[in-house]
Design a protein around this ligand. Structure first.
Ligand code: ADP
Ligand code: MG
Length: 701
């Protein structure tokens, strides 16, 4: 396989100071935007295009459709009525009227627009007082007899770089493109490898098309990101991620992990004490974990299981593998409520076995905190359960062999690694078990978690009946009061979930408070509780426990109850403003009911009118309870960023690829990744460097 000539291949690494007009000051501004090398500019793709390859007669202009016009200044008006304003009427003989309107301008500009001057202008016309107008067009006054000429490529509009004007930026990218190496030198993917994928242009061709699309280019496809040129780049970017995740995995597997086995026989004792038998799926997944833990290589396994599938007990059994081998385990959950519930479950299971389960959250302070830290450091606590607080500096374990993270998608990769590092020493890494109730569509799991093995608990414990879901307009609220009264009269319990647009805890808490007051007044015979994010954790927990113990009939709550809360006797849930929640959040919430043996129902209340998206979401909720189906739909409707919760964490962090849109490329990406690693490992490294660079270096750490 031909390898790129090193000199040319390195061309993209040349610093931007090698461009004309880039001194240290400009270079610094570019660097602030992450633009360091020629290659960075090649990949700084336009966000828009302007078509100056043609001139549109004024009479043909369409409101909202950007266009270039050329005409003669017919009148100029300068006004000051409310604020400074300049209006320039253009005439091109096409019997249309067009006004260029400026709110910010210099007097020099006013002088340019003399009646009779010829002007080229580009912008988006909108209906104005007297026909169409373009506010703040880009324009050029043509000299006498000057032919403005027409380009044969569309003009790129680049994402802004602070401190550098658009024209300068355009010029710099142009210069960088002029230094694009030839096809062979630029291409890192041997042609043979691309054979299985849809016909895509070479990288060089793709870049040139994207920066300088020909005048007949399919602009709609370019703006939608579906043009073959974009797919070519997306393919390579996805490939880079795949390769980087593999690299990460190989790096991890070069570490040693403790060989764990339940030498103390704790597992058998737990099983005897459990009030239920494990489902087949739980058994299978636990066996997968057990096999990993016995290997001496760090496990990195994701356990997916729908809400209520019983992940906690599997986690407990994994912890016993570590503890039974004389070592420690830690379990981290994203919210205090969820972590506390894990704590209660795990204490209930492990303390009878004579084990110590310690608790560490942000609010654990002072002497209690020192005690937990001491117990973790000495090994007196075999299991430590907690929130993010577990990852803080100063939390030290004697011998952490297994790090368990619940609801992985709420944490970024960084956080997952931070907990792992608590058990890391030279060449040694602990095992990691990651649990999520958000089923991740296969495509995403492949792309985002190529570094994890995946197990699925794809069976619910027996005796659960599916939740019946109905969708109702908010006008039906009064009927629901009756329904709650009836359910509670039969000894059942209900949730009323309040959501409002305002995300601030305070406002949501207030709305929940108001709803609580209304429902308390409307349902005099019932015991109504309230939990929201502004309450003290102790009060929240006390209320949750009271609900769990059946001392409350109805619980008014905000979405703080979303994850993990387990009250089997609750069989009715009402979710207000359900149209505002995403699918996975609705699915999580609904998972709070249907956990016992009686038939449960979920009422999704919405405020009409429903947007198309909201309608699709609610229809999906009504028609299926299958978390995997819901996840696929969520992916389709929202894209992967939100699904994985990575918009914030940058876990996926693609610049060009969009996993939902480009999912069909993934199988090809996998194949190419394998072949490239096998046949051209150097090229594989260069692909990662090209697309991920420093980020990959951190990830491999
Ligand atoms: P999730 O997977 O959503 O975290 P949990 O671990 O909270 O689910 O389990 C939900 C409920 O089901 C808990 O009350 C748990 O004790 C119970 N459970 C778990 N496994 C089984 C089983 N095999 N049979 C019956 N109940 C089970
Ligand atoms: Mg759980």
């Amino acid at each position: 396989m031909a390898r790129p000539a090193p000199v040319l291949a390195a061309a993209g690494d040349a610093p931007l100071t090698t461009l004309a007009g880039v001194g240290p000051a400009v270079a610094e501004k570019l660097a602030a935007r992450g633009l360091l090398s020629l290659q960075d500019l090649w990949l700084h793709l336009p966000r828009q295009y302007e078509d100056r390859t043609r001139i549109t007669p004024i009479a043909m202009l369409q409101p909202g459709a950007a266009a270039q016009v050329e005409g003669v200044v017919e009148a100029v008006e300068r006004g000051f009525r409310y604020r400074p304003m300049l209006r320039v009427a253009l005439d091109d003989g096409s019997r249309g009227t067009l006004v260029l309107r400026f709110f910010h301008f210099r007097s020099q500009q006013v002088n340019q627009f003399r009646v009779g001057a010829r002007v080229r202008a580009y912008g988006t016309p909108r209906p104005g007082q007297h026909g169409l107008e373009i506010v703040h067009p880009s324009y050029r006054v043509l000299g006498a007899g000057e032919d403005g000429g027409l380009g044969d490529a569309l003009d790129p509009v680049y994402p802004a770089v602070e401190g550098i004007g658009p024209a300068t930026l355009r010029r710099l990218v142009g210069q960088a493109l002029d230094r694009l190496p030839g096809e062979e030198a630029l291409e890192l993917l041997p042609r043979g490898l691309l054979a299985g994928t849809p016909t895509l242009p070479s990288l060089r061709e793709a870049l040139l098309t994207l920066h300088r699309p020909p005048r007949d280019a399919d602009v709609a496809a370019l703006l939608a990101g579906t043009h073959p040129a974009q797919r070519r780049l997306a393919l390579e970017e996805m490939l880079a991620h795949q390769l980087s995740l593999r690299r990460q995995r190989i790096a991890l597997q070069s570490h040693v992990a403790p060989v764990l086995d339940d030498d103390a026989g704790l597992l058998a004792r737990l099983r005897r004490a459990l009030p239920f038998a494990l489902t087949g799926a739980q058994e299978r997944v636990f066996e997968e974990i057990r096999a990993d833990l016995r290997k001496g290589v760090p496990m990195l396994r994701l356990v997916q299981g729908d809400v209520g599938s019983g992940k906690t007990v599997v986690a407990a059994m994994a912890a016993l593998m570590a503890i039974g081998g004389g070592r420690q385990a830690a379990l981290m959950a994203p919210t205090e409520l969820l972590a506390e519930q894990h704590l209660a479950n795990l204490r209930g299971w492990l303390e009878p076995l004579g084990l110590r389960v310690a608790w560490l959250a942000g609010k654990v302070s002072g002497r209690a905190r020192s005690a937990v830290m001491a117990d973790a450091a000495s090994g007196a606590a075999q299991l430590v359960v907690g929130t993010h607080a577990l990852m803080q500096e100063g939390v030290v374990f004697r011998d952490l062999a297994l790090a368990i993270v619940d609801e992985q998608h709420r944490f970024g990769v960084h956080q997952r690694l931070a907990l792992r590092d608590k058990g890391a020493a030279e060449g040694i890494a602990p095992h990691q078990l990651v649990m999520t109730a958000t089923p991740i569509p296969r495509t995403l799991a492949m792309a985002a978690y190529a570094d994890l093995d995946v197990s699925a608990i794809d069976e619910l414990p027996p005796g659960r009946t599916p939740v019946q879901t109905v969708v109702l307009g908010a006008g039906r609220r009064p009927d629901l009061i009756e329904r709650i009264r009836a359910a509670c009269a039969e000894g059942r319990q209900a949730y009323w979930v309040c959501t409002i647009i305002d995300e601030s805890d305070e406002v949501v808490a207030q709305a929940a408070q108001t709803t609580w007051e209304q429902l308390t007044a409307a349902l005099p015979g019932l015991r109504v509780g309230l939990v929201h994010g502004r309450m003290k954790a102790a009060d929240k927990q006390a209320t949750m426990l009271a609900f769990k113990a059946g001392e409350l009939d109805l619980l008014v709550a905000t979405t703080v109850i979303e994850v993990g809360v387990d009250v089997p006797n609750a069989s009715l849930m009402i979710i207000e403003n359900a149209e505002r929640l995403g699918l996975s959040q609705l699915h999580q919430l609904r998972g709070r009911v249907g956990r016992g043996s009686q038939a449960s129902s979920c009422v999704l209340l919405y405020q009409p009118p429903l947007s198309q998206m909201a309608r699709e979401r609610l229809d999906t909720m009504r028609s299926t309870g299958d978390g995997f189906v819901i996840a696929e739909k969520d992916l389709e409707l929202r894209g992967p960023g939100e699904l994985l919760g990575t918009r914030q964490t940058g876990l996926v962090g693609f610049r060009i690829a969009d996993l939902a849109r480009d999912a069909d490329l993934l199988p090809g990406v996998q194949q190419i990744a394998e072949a490239l690693v096998r046949e051209a490992p150097d090229a594989a490294d260069r692909v990662v460097d090209r697309w991920i660079g420093g980020a990959a270096r951190y990830a491999g750490a």
